[in-house]
Design a protein around this ligand. Structure first.
Ligand code: ZN
Length: 226
């Protein structure tokens, strides 16, 4: 991967501060909504210069982010500012920003309902009109080699298509992409809601002896496009 001279990246302290405050708000909201416990997950936002991001470091919970402990990194994963330990997720966040110029923020959480589907090796069905309209197909990304965590090279190709707004990671969690942190957070919220609804749909259909309750036609089309 070509190294970029970090001195060529112009960092604007005001912009960094504004993005950090937005990231802290989003992390808090994800924590309050129980989309992410205080262990794991990560979120990041692209700076106005386009060439660098603010990201949560390793070992800092969603409910513990402050303007002092967040990091700044370039799109090759080089840390530009911050004294914490870079997250292992930095690679895939940077990879997505390199591949998707339209993505301004990434929220990655281990939310239970959505991760339940992913852990069973199942895609979350496009079962509601909200998911069909606002998210669309949700690729399921298998574990990495030898059952290890998904690496950047496993994740980025699955979300390269500009129509993809979300993905699930087998036995791991979810990823929401958006122009802003609020957009990306809404995506993971909607994924969690859809996963819960889809589970209830399947359970009720089973309880009532209904086989093959069809998905909405538009959802089925999206599902089959994966
Ligand atoms: Zn994770």
């Amino acid at each position: 991967m070509p190294k970029r001279n970090i001195e060529l990246i112009e960092l604007d302290d005001n912009d960094i501060l504004v993005r950090k405050i937005a990231l802290i708000e989003t992390a808090k909201r994800c924590f309050d909504l129980r989309l992410q416990s205080n262990a794991g997950g990560n979120l990041s936002v692209r700076l106005a210069c386009n060439e660098a991001i603010v990201i949560k470091p390793s070992g800092i919970g969603f409910n513990e982010c402050t303007v002092d402990n967040l990091m700044v990194a370039d799109l090759n994963g080089e840390v530009l500012a911050g004294s914490g330990k870079p997250s292992k997720d930095l690679d895939f966040h940077a990879g997505i920003y390199r591949a998707r110029k339209d993505v301004g923020a990434i929220v990655h959480v281990h939310s239970p309902w959505a991760t339940g589907w992913a852990s069973a090796g199942l895609e979350i069905p496009c079962a509601t009109v909200q998911t069909i309209e606002k998210v669309g197909r949700i690729p399921l990304i298998p574990l990495g080699p030898n059952g290890g965590p998904q690496r950047s090279e496993d994740i980025v190709p699955a979300v390269e298509d500009h129509s993809v707004k979300a993905a699930t990671l087998a036995s791991h969690g979810t990823i929401g992409l958006g122009k802003t942190l609020v957009d990306a957070q809404y995506v993971v919220e909607l994924l969690e809601e859809t996963a819960h609804i889809a589970f209830l749909r399947e359970a009720l259909a089973f309880a009532k002896g209904l086989n093959n309750v069809p998905l909405p036609a538009a959802g089925l089309k999206q599902q089959n496009a994966v």
